[in-house]
Design a protein around this ligand. Structure first.
Ligand code: ZN
Length: 309
């Protein structure tokens, strides 16, 4: 009787957890974060404050805690005369709480176009990077519901990426990088990848065995990840993963972006309605499955060593 009940609960909770990453939830995060109300989420503006409040409310609803000595989700700092902050939510590990996996995306974007005479002057940044923040929120809810992460998880929305990785650089200075087992950064997952449906690419693929661990964990699924095809764009160093990678952390960015032919990139036309919800939700599910063995402690990716480039 009890065995049957346990089995029933296991199956039931399995179904529930996969329902967490639903297109409906993803759509609501994506449209909220890229709405005109957020005014393009430029770091240091009122618009980004609205996005921050949205993320904090979600972290609270999901049940994330504050990290270390922090007394809120906000990690405040001053730079370039601006008051800036990352948003950090913590899910303590069951048996390896001092081993931390960071799951991140930048939540800032370019703000409002100056001197534009077009009707639309707001850089909504739906793909860049409301889609990544949507992934962080959905993954936070997924792993919180799963309630079986052996390692601790830090869900981080980085600020001021567009100003030169300011938020992630500050974050890197505040933590002991030796405790960070891996960095999972997510950027622009709203358009179908150049490799086709149900695929993504990972930056810095050969700099650690992180990518190969993900590929291994996705065997048997119909989703595939590939090395970054845009080697000449130097993307490994152009997103927040780089701030942790410079400290030796195997920290990589997932993306589906068709970088060479995305006409909305850094344009006011980067709006939620141009994105593909199927690509976003399948990619988030694939990341959840792909990083499983890293979160359980079964796999620890090799460290990264960087001289500069
Ligand atoms: Zn970006």
């Amino acid at each position: 009787m009890f065995k049957q009940l346990t089995l029933f609960l296991l199956i039931f909770s399995g179904i529930l957890s996969s329902q967490v990453i639903s297109e409906e939830l993803i759509k609501s995060h994506l449209f909220a974060l890229s709405s005109d109300l957020m005014e393009g989420r430029k770091a240091g503006t009122i618009g980004i404050e609205k996005a921050a409040i949205y993320i904090e409310k979600e972290f609270e609803r999901i049940g994330l805690g504050w990290f270390g000595g922090m007394n809120s989700y906000r990690q405040n700092f001053e730079e370039r005369g601006l008051s800036l902050f990352n948003i950090v939510g913590y899910l303590e590990g069951k048996s390896k709480k001092n081993e931390i996996v960071v799951i991140s995306a930048h939540y800032d974007h370019l703000g409002i176009k100056k001197g534009g005479d077009e009707e639309d002057v707001i850089f909504n940044g739906a793909n860049d990077n409301a889609s990544g923040v949507t992934a962080v929120l959905a993954l936070a809810e997924h792993f919180s519901n799963q309630n079986n992460n052996e390692r601790s998880l830090l869900f981080v929305a980085f600020t001021a990426e567009e100003m030169g990785l300011l938020g992630s650089n500050y974050f890197g200075k505040q933590i002991n990088s030796k405790n960070i087992i891996a960095g999972i950064n997510i950027e622009m997952i709203g358009k179908e990848s150049p490799f086709g449906p149900k695929t993504a690419w990972i930056t810095g693929f050969d700099r650690s065995d992180f990518g190969r661990i993900i590929q291994q964990n996705l065997i048997g699924s119909d989703y595939k990840v590939f090395p970054d095809p845009y080697v000449n764009f130097n993307l490994f160093f152009r997103s927040d993963n780089a701030s942790l990678a410079k400290l030796g952390v195997p920290s990589h960015t997932f993306s589906t972006s068709p970088m060479d032919k995305d006409l909305d990139y850094h344009k006011v036309s980067d709006e939620a309605k141009t994105l593909d919800l199927f690509t976003i939700s399948e990619t988030i599910k694939a990341i959840a499955a792909g990083v499983k063995s890293i979160i359980s402690g079964a796999d620890s990716p090799t460290r990264v060593s960087i001289s500069e480039n």
